[in-house]
Design a protein around this ligand. Structure first.
Ligand SMILES: Cc1ncc(COP(=O)(O)O)c(C=O)c1O
Length: 401
């Protein structure tokens, strides 16, 4: 029995797609031209699968802040937050994020993935605690549960009643209970009923962790996520987020009003045993945060673009996963058709994400479009034209008549 036998089936599909020049998982941005354009396979392409929701990858203030930090503090920290990798910039950003969210504490991690690993595994003792997670949670939340070693119970996606039942049936032996959900889910672009979840979790004496990776900067009057839009920022025990989407950098964080969050700085292995984000990264994320605070027009533009695209795709009869949201997924039942449809879009000058089961919530494959405030009228026209052609060429992508 070889170590590699288990890869053979996936490798065969991967190689078959690559040989046909159709592999969505080997895309290279050959030249990046701006927040919504790059050269892919030798051709200028509209980027609509980058989660650059507020188009901040080329934000001049973020670039200037990063350049200054690079000049003053060098290319990297060469150490973890726990040792030599905490610079004044990391502390400043923690304070800025906490103030923005209206929370007392914030801990910055190296990525959003690591922030969830670090929060969950750092807070939980497998001998006495239990975790309940929404079935559609991101891989890093699942991995955080696994890393914690605690019993993990799934409840039905976006179903507070299902959570209520599971909490009601719990063995009283558990001391601590942690419920994990997301704000906006990245596969379908659907949002959680955070208010209902907070009510159910707290009624049972559980803590609520909300991952707002995709909704930070995007939902809520101030851009504080679905928790803000639902009016329950004060009820969130642990708020996790990433710098890699609306903040257009790399890094992650956990914020809370519980002073015990600070314990993560010595209890959390993903905090202690990996290098901290570079000074330039931290500086650009801080500058991008300031832009979010000062420029609500970015969020408004994102939503205007979202409404236009969602309406156009609906009009083409495409089978969409959710009501208007900055992630707009077209569902296609057959995986081979989905690969062909994804390539069709690329040939029409449009890059979107492709997702296939088991990485998707259901049995369908997805063409996942991420809208940006930086999409220009011309970008939107190209997207609409490409999806219009797709709807004609692939009846399988349409709602059954
Ligand atoms: C819900 C969710 N949480 C966390 C992450 C991880 O964020 P990062 O890219 O910063 O590791 C992602 C990434 O896509 C995500 O979708």
């Amino acid at each position: 029995m070889s170590l590699f036998e288990k890869f053979e089936k996936t490798a065969a599909l991967y190689n078959q797609l690559s040989d046909a020049g159709m592999n969505p998982f080997t895309v290279v941005m050959e030249t990046v031209l701006g927040p919504t354009r790059a050269v892919i396979r030798g051709k200028e392409t509209v980027l609509a699968g980058t989660h650059n929701y507020l188009g901040q990858t080329f934000e001049p203030k973020a670039i200037a802040a990063a350049k200054e930090a690079l000049d003053k503090e060098g290319t990297g920290t060469t150490g973890s937050r726990f040792a030599n990798g905490t610079f004044s910039g990391h502390k400043r950003l923690e304070a800025d994020l906490a103030a923005f969210l209206g929370m007392k504490h914030c801990v910055v991690f190296s990525t959003g993935f690591v922030a969830n690993l670090g929060a969950i595994a750092g807070l939980i003792d497998p001998a006495e605690d239990v975790i309940l997670i929404d079935a559609d949670c991101h891989a890093c939340i699942y991995d955080g549960c696994q890393l914690s070693g605690a019993e993990t119970i799934r409840f039905r996606h976006n179903d507070p009643e299902s959570l209520d039942k599971r909490l009601g049936r719990l063995d009283p032996k558990y001391k601590g209970k942690l419920v994990c959900i997301e704000g906006m889910y990245s596969m379908y672009g659907d949002t959680a009923p955070v208010k209902e979840f907070a009510e159910v979790a707290h009624r049972h004496g559980a803590y609520l962790l909300v991952d707002e990776a995709h909704s930070f900067g995007v939902y809520g009057a101030k851009g504080r996520g679905v928790s803000e839009a639902d009016g329950v920022m004060d009820s969130i025990d642990f708020y996790t987020g990433t710098f890699s989407k609306a903040l257009a950098a790399i890094g992650g964080f956990v914020a809370s009003n519980h002073k015990e969050l600070e314990y993560l700085r010595f209890s959390s292995r993903p905090y202690k045993f990996t290098a901290s984000p570079s000074p330039a990264t931290v500086a650009s994320a801080g500058a991008a945060l300031k832009v979010i605070k000062e420029t609500p027009a970015l969020k408004e533009k994102l939503w205007a673009n979202t409404r236009r695209l969602h309406a156009a795709l609906t009009q083409f009869g495409l089978r969409l996963a959710a009501p208007p949201a900055p992630v707009i997924s077209v569902l296609i039942a057959d995986r081979e058709t989905a690969f062909a449809a994804w390539n069709f879009l690329l040939e029409h000058g449009v890059y979107v994400n492709m997702a296939i089961p088991p990485g998707t919530p259901g049995k369908d494959s997805l063409l996942r479009l991420a809208v940006s405030s930086a999409h220009t009228a011309e970008d939107l026209d190209r997207l609409v034209a490409a999806y219009g052609a797709l709807a004609q060429a692939f009846p399988a992508a349409r709602v059954a008549a």
